[in-house]
Ligand binder design. Structure first.
Ligand code: ATR
Length: 276
């Protein structure tokens, strides 16, 4: 009998997780089926308990449940605990363990662009929401020299630094201050929702970046955001949100099955679907 997996979210109809996970199950000759589940606002607990009751193998969690799902976990991986958000759950022997593969997935996607050299790098994270938190906590473990956070609301950025600084030197900046200091950074990571489903919006102007700065956006719809277009026009090496999406999915698949899926194949599937 096929083992059930899925993604819990709201909205969920545009999720590309079923596409890549079902393909990976098939390619690896595993009996798995991955479905999208639309969960009503107050029903995340019921959904989790239901999946456990019917013997599902695990699930992903997406917006807006990554934090509210935590009380329904029987155990939390230390990194998920540090971040305060779960995007992957493994159900084994009747116990649910929550993980966060978003941050580690981002780091994995970035590594090849840096020739795996994180040491000495100066990083700017733009945004201080849930996604920024996972990325900050994971990047703080890579050996980067400095990592600042710029956000519209300074208190949110300060809270991330206070919660998971890991000894790394970090300053908190307004978006205006960050715009003036861009030449200082080797890596700039855009994590806000500005630019999502729009080609006309960007949280800051990138005119001040230095050549060959690595500029990432975690948005993948549109594939190339206004932020990334401007980065490219100013000589940056860019990375779209597809790579993080694929790597977080691959880490989840590995937690469920013990098998590392073909990430290049996953990437191509997503790009085809996005029409890129
Ligand atoms: P996610 O979990 O996807 O990171 P989130 O937790 O809602 O989403 O965080 C959204 C991020 O986008 C925040 O950093 C938010 O800034 P605030 O902390 O000031 O709210 C940022 N953001 C959203 N809309 C924005 C806008 N119009 N201009 C600047 N930043 C914006």
């Amino acid at each position: 009998m096929k083992k059930l997996y899925g993604v819990l979210g709201n909205p969920i109809e545009h999720s590309m997780s079923p596409l890549i996970h079902n393909d990976a199950f098939k390619r690896n000759e595993l009996e798995g089926e991955y479905l999208p589940f639309l969960v009503e606002e107050n029903a995340i607990g019921k959904a989790v308990i239901g999946l456990k009751a019917i013997g599902a193998g695990g699930f992903n969690v997406t917006v807006p449940f990554k934090e509210s799902v935590i009380p329904y976990m029987d155990a939390l991986d230390p990194f998920a605990k540090e971040v305060g958000a779960v995007n992957t759950a493994v159900i084994k022997d009747g116990l649910i363990t929550g993980y966060n593969t978003d941050g580690p997935g981002f780091v994995k996607s970035l590594a090849p662009l840096l020739d795996h050299q994180f040491a000495g790098k100066r990083v700017l994270v733009i945004g201080a929401g849930g996604a920024a938190r996972g990325i900050y906590c994971a990047m703080a473990k890579t050996g980067v020299e400095k990592m600042d956070i710029a956000n519209r609301t300074l208190s949110a950025a300060k809270k991330i630094v206070a919660d998971c600084h890991n000894g790394i030197h970090s300053s908190v900046l307004s978006l205006d201050e960050a715009e003036k200091a861009l030449g200082f950074y080797d890596i700039i990571i855009q994590t806000t929702s500005v630019g999502l489903s729009s080609l006309h919006e960007s949280p800051i102007s990138l005119l001040g970046i230095k050549e060959k700065t690595v500029v990432c956006d975690i948005i993948y719809n549109p594939l190339k955001t206004k932020f990334l277009c401007e980065a490219e026009n100013n000589g940056a090496v860019i990375q779209t949100g597809v790579d993080m999406f694929v790597q977080q999915a691959a880490l989840a698949f590995e937690l469920w099955t013990g098998i590392s899926p073909n990430t290049e194949r996953m990437r191509q599937l997503v790009l085809e679907k996005l029409g890129g």
